[in-house]
Design a protein around this ligand. Structure first.
Ligand SMILES: Nc1nc2c(ncn2[C@@H]2O[C@H](COP(=O)(O)OP(=O)(O)OP(=O)(O)O)[C@@H](O)[C@H]2O)c(=O)[nH]1
Length: 598
């Protein structure tokens, strides 16, 4: 029995003992000594967080079948703040857990308490409590599932202090894996608690597979390669049974999403590009309206673009060409209008002079008639002399007028001729500028200038994304013989045929440009050397299956090609030169083949 029961005595004795034992008179020490003297248990005040944790443990005691007493003991020990009792309670949880690891539940709860007390930005105690309650109420029927869920929840707190939610939902682990994270914390002491593979249930795998197959793949119809990849991934997810294949699926999915994001970006770019292009066309229609022919040229470019699968690069090319044409046409239009004005002025001068001349000759004739009458009427020699003098003067004046008018007319005529020549030249220039939009006018591929632009763009893209880039130089075999046998026009047709067939076999992102006569450059973005050689061999096969028809004859066209993979920091010129050497080797080796450059 304690010696003191009266609170005043107890207080006095407590202070005495504090002083006798030389213990600092802190509130905690005072409380401990007080209870020691009174023979009572100290009431440990609980923080809000502790209260929530206690409540959660009490909830666990109710919900987990067969483990109620253990959780209750732990809650009591925590409530009383008795370290030894906490340890015993934790130890008592261990053998009862369904999971193999002896220390699993104990460690998990210890970690739960540790994370509970830690302050993570963005995860409040209320949020933790909410998360824990949801896990308890959703998964407490199966202790092994509950273990995994509680573990994932704790890991999510530990993993990312700024995480928006700490509540794992169905498939939460899978989502964490997809994002390239594991559901188990890398620090914070739970790294030993790996999720056993047997805990990735078949239903979850199936759900993931179905999400990819029926939710993702059908929305990728415009990107057949990605759609096929999604279907393949779905199959992979369905078949993944062990840890390493699940990890493989997660890695593939992550890469797939990155690709999808890039593609979506480029989709938005295509839309942007198209809108910019249309705006450019509409805004500048007045510049292009000088002649219907030119306007139609621009519109047909837009129509061509819309007819093809949209590609931000095609739009970019078209936009650049448009801008150039509009700028040049604007300048030319100005000069053209000036030249036309000059002609109009010349014509006006000409008509003025003509009417002046007609007027002065009319006047002269009237004077002559008058002088003739006067000459008929007079016999006076002096008078006649005077009339003759006047007549001479008028005739000389008339002659001067005539000479002046003649000179002026000559000048006008010359100026009109010059203005006409200028107009002709300007019109030819306009035609030429318009042709620039269509690049190589025979085959419709890019010309050398277009190729330079495309190279510039692809090289910087390859640098930016750190992806490979290949170039191929192809040359038709024995083209001279074809020209000599069937004529130059047939040769031209063969070039058009070749380009059409080559384009069919290439990817939309590949670029083809006419390098010279019967030589073409193909830029293959994001292709390694093996892939590039494979693409060019596929193009060759496609060409041998598609004969060139001339005068109802099936003519087989073949080509040889050299392929070069871009070296670090290598420029277009050097790549083409290496591809050219490889092309030479292909010709030397018997033609109709593809050779990779060293
Ligand atoms: N029809 C036509 N012929 C062209 C054009 N440009 C170049 N050529 C012709 O292409 C031929 C190229 O001949 P060569 O360089 O001797 O090569 P090849 O006959 O193809 O022989 P190999 O390349 O060795 O297989 C020449 O006859 C050129 O006149 C063009 O635009 N149209």
């Amino acid at each position: 029995m304690p010696a003191f029961t009266n609170p005043t005595d107890l207080a006095r004795e407590t202070l005495k003992l504090l002083s006798a034992r030389r213990i600092a008179p802190t509130p905690e020490n005072y409380q401990t000594i007080y209870h020691e003297i009174a023979g009572t248990k100290p009431v440990v005040p609980h923080s809000k967080g502790d209260q929530a944790l206690l409540k959660a443990l009490q909830e666990l005691a109710k919900q987990v079948p067969g483990m109620g007493p253990q959780f209750k003991a732990l809650a009591n020990a925590l409530g009383a703040g008795e370290q030894k009792a906490i340890e015993t309670a934790l130890a008592s949880l261990v053998p009862k857990t369904a999971l193999g690891s002896e220390a699993s539940w104990g460690e998990l709860i210890r970690e739960l308490m540790r994370q509970w007390d830690l302050k993570q930005s963005g995860i409040t105690v209320a949020r933790k409590k909410d998360g824990l309650e949801r896990v308890l109420s959703n998964f407490s029927r199966d202790s092994s599932v509950l273990f995994t869920k509680v573990q994932a929840l704790v890991a999510s707190w530990a993993e990312n202090p700024t995480a928006q939610t700490g509540v794992p939902v169905e498939g939460g682990e899978a989502v964490a894996e997809l994002q390239g994270k594991t559901a188990v914390a890398s620090g914070g002491g739970v790294s030993a608690l790996e999720i056993p593979t047997s805990d990735i249930p078949g239903a979850l795998r199936e759900m993931l597979a179905q999400t990819i197959q029926t939710g993702v793949a059908p929305r990728l119809s415009q990107f057949p390669d990605l759609r096929d990849e999604a279907v393949m991934l779905a199959q992979q997810a369905r078949e993944a049974r062990d840890q390493s294949s699940i990890q493989g699926v997660a890695k593939n999915l992550k890469q797939f999403w990155i690709k999808l994001e890039l593609r979506n970006d480029s989709d938005a770019q295509v839309l942007d590009g198209l809108v910019r292009l249309l705006r450019l066309l509409v805004d500048n229609i007045s510049e292009l309206l000088l002649d219907d022919k030119w306007l139609n040229g621009q519109i047909s470019v837009v129509q061509d673009i819309i007819a093809k699968p949209l590609d931000s690069r095609v739009l970019y090319d078209a936009e650049r060409s448009f801008k150039e044409v509009i700028f040049k046409q604007g300048n030319l239009k100005h000069s053209l209008l000036e030249a036309k004005d000059t002609i109009k002025n010349m014509m006006a001068t000409f008509i003025d002079r003509m009417s002046e001349m007609t007027a002065s000759t009319g006047e002269y004739h009237a004077k002559i008639e008058r002088y003739t009458e006067e000459i008929g009427r007079t016999e006076d020699i002096n008078k006649l002399n005077q009339i003759l003098g006047n007549l001479m003067k008028d005739t000389r004046g008339m002659q001067l007028d005539m000479i002046r008018s003649h000179d002026e007319l000559e000048l006008s005529h010359r100026k009109v001729k010059e203005a006409e020549a200028k107009i002709l030249q300007l019109e030819q220039e306009l035609d030429h500028v318009s042709e620039l939009v269509h690049e190589d006018h025979l085959t419709g591929t890019l010309n050398r200038r277009g190729m330079d632009d495309a190279f510039e763009r692809e090289l910087s893209r390859a640098d930016r994304l750190n992806v490979p880039l290949c170039v191929s130089l192809l040359d038709i075999d024995h083209f001279k013989r074809l020209n000599d046998t069937y004529g130059h026009d047939a040769g031209d047709e063969a070039l058009i045929h070749l380009v059409r067939v080559v384009k069919e076999a290439l990817r939309p992102s590949d670029v083809i440009a006419r390098f010279g006569g019967e030589e073409f450059v193909i830029i293959l973005p994001e292709a390694g050397i093996d892939e590039a050689v494979m693409v060019m061999t596929r193009v060759q096969r496609h060409l041998t299956k598609n004969f060139f028809m001339h005068d109802n004859q099936r003519l087989l066209i073949t080509f040889s090609a050299g392929v070069a993979l871009r070296g670090a920091g290598e420029g277009a010129e050097s790549m083409i030169s290496r591809a050219d050497k490889a092309l030479y080797q292909a010709k030397e080796a018997g033609r109709n083949r593809v050779v990779a450059a060293a």
